[in-house]
Structure formats: structure tokens, C-alpha cells
Design a protein around this ligand. Structure first.
Ligand code: SAM
Length: 234
């Protein structure tokens, strides 16, 4: 593996259930010189579980620009790296994009392994059309939030949003206001974990549900795109 022409591997890690690590992810983590981690403590726990001992180096959003330059220099000298995030696929609403861009610009090879990510199971579980969809990641918290939501009201593809537990209700209410309360949606909570749930219904039904049920944990919101027929009925 050390003769591999690949300088940087992006290695997806479980979003809850540790059994979701792939055989190839383990093989690559074993083979690289250094593992770059969003949080060395979190990734250290995973490596311990995999009985894998490897140098871990911190790589997070706060030092991404500077770190990327230095890492590319090391890659040019032949070091091979794997990047992992706390959970899921690196660079998907997580650090990684800048490093990938720098590595490609330097003429080096990057390879992202397929593996866990939250938005794919959420989209498929929703039962909403998935032939065309738009992944929006996290909505802006303040500036630009309303503009983004208003623009999404015209989106005809299924919309996927990442959300944190304490903003769930606010987001559902704002979506209901902008898209209409009858728009179909699904909230996927705690995917792959013991208390996984996928709650499907109109935005108003979801708001009602979460008034009396737990909103805790990690959340993906999937919303149907605008359809002429559906909006006419609303
Ligand atoms: N890189 C990750 C991926 O590939 O999905 C996403 C990282 S982002 C910082 C974290 C967000 O992903 C959470 O706020 C939530 O929206 C979503 N997420 C991660 N794990 C999840 C899970 N087990 N169930 C539902 N959503 C999850």
C-alpha cells in the first residue's frame, strides 16, 4: 500500500453504529502514514475499537487553510495520509474540501472511499422522490437564512437539510411558513443508532409530533420539492 500513488484518502467513519465501518476503510487506515482527524479524541476512540495504532494529527476547520499547504508539502515528499471526520464522510458538512482542492492543484492523487454518510439513508428512508435531490447541508444560522429558505420554496427537487437538535422546531416552523404547512417531509433522527426514527408527514404534522416527542440527537430533514399539483391542493 505504501507504493500507492494516492497521497490522500478520505475515509468515511460510522455515524452511530460502529459496525458500519467498511473492510476497506480499516485496510486504508492501517496502511497510511498519518491519520488526519477533525477531533483526535473522537477518532482515537474509533481506532482503539478497531485495535489500530497510528499517528493521529489534528485537522479541523480552524486551521484548514494553513494546514492544507503544509500537508501538501509532506505529501510531495511521499507521506500518505487518511482524513477522517468525527462521523460520516469527510468534507460533507465537515472539513476536507480545501485539502482536497489543494492536493488536486498540486497534481497529487486523492481518493474518497464510499461509506457512511447521514444524508443518503435519510433521503431513501423519507420515501420522497430521490431521482433528483439537492443537498443544502446546514442552513445559515442568522444572516442569509430567510433568503435561503425563500429561495428553496421554489425548488422542485427533494431538499435535504442537516440540522441540530435545538434548531429543529424553529426550522420546521420556518419551512412551514415558506413552503406551506401541507408540504411533505421526513425527519430522520439518530440514524443507525439504537433510537433511530424516521417520522414522515406534512410539515404541520411534524411540528405537532415534535411538540410532544423527543427532539434529541442528530437530525436530517428531508422535504419534498415544490410540485404544481401539490401546491394547488395546499
Ligand atoms: N460528514 C457527515 C456526513 O457525512 O453525514 C456530516 C457531519 S455534520 C457536522 C453533522 C450533521 O450530520 C448532524 O448535525 C446531522 O444533521 C447529520 N448527522 C450525522 N449523524 C447523524 C445520524 N446518526 N442521524 C441523523 N443525522 C446525522
Amino acid at each position: 500500500m505504501s507504493e500507492s500513488p494516492i497521497s490522500l484518502y478520505l475515509v468515511p467513519t460510522p455515524i452511530g453504529n460502529l459496525k458500519d465501518i467498511t473492510l476497506r476503510a480499516i485496510e486504508v487506515l492501517k496502511s497510511v502514514d498519518v491519520i488526519l482527524a477533525e477531533d483526535t479524541r473522537t477518532s482515537g476512540i474509533l481506532l482503539k475499537h478497531l485495535e489500530l495504532s497510528k499517528p493521529l494529527q489534528s485537522y479541523h476547520i480552524f486551521n484548514e487553510h494553513k494546514a492544507a499547504e503544509k500537508l501538501v508539502e509532506r505529501m510531495k515528499r511521499g507521506e500518505i495520509f487518511a482524513l477522517v471526520s468525527d462521523a460520516g464522510t469527510p468534507a460533507i458538512s465537515d472539513p476536507g474540501f480545501l485539502l482536497v482542492r489543494e492536493v488536486i492543484a498540486a497534481g497529487l492523487e486523492v481518493q474518497c472511499l464510499p461509506g457512511p454518510t447521514a444524508f443518503v439513508p435519510a433521503l431513501v428512508n423519507s420515501g420522497l422522490p430521490n431521482d433528483r435531490f439537492v443537498f443544502e447541508g446546514f442552513l445559515p444560522h442568522k444572516k442569509g437564512r430567510k433568503t435561503r429558505i425563500d429561495a428553496l420554496a421554489e425548488e422542485t427537487r427533494t431538499i435535504i437539510l442537516y440540522e441540530s437538535t435545538h434548531r429543529l422546531m424553529k426550522t420546521l416552523e420556518q419551512l412551514s411558513e415558506a413552503f406551506g404547512p401541507m408540504r411533505q417531509a421526513c425527519v430522520s433522527r439518530e440514524l443507525t443508532k439504537l433510537h433511530e426514527e424516521n417520522i414522515r408527514g406534512s410539515l404541520s404534522e411534524l411540528i405537532e409530533y415534535y411538540q410532544t416527542n423527543s427532539q434529541k440527537g442528530e437530525i436530517v430533514i428531508v422535504v419534498a420539492g415544490k410540485s404544481e399539483k401539490r401546491e394547488a391542493k395546499d
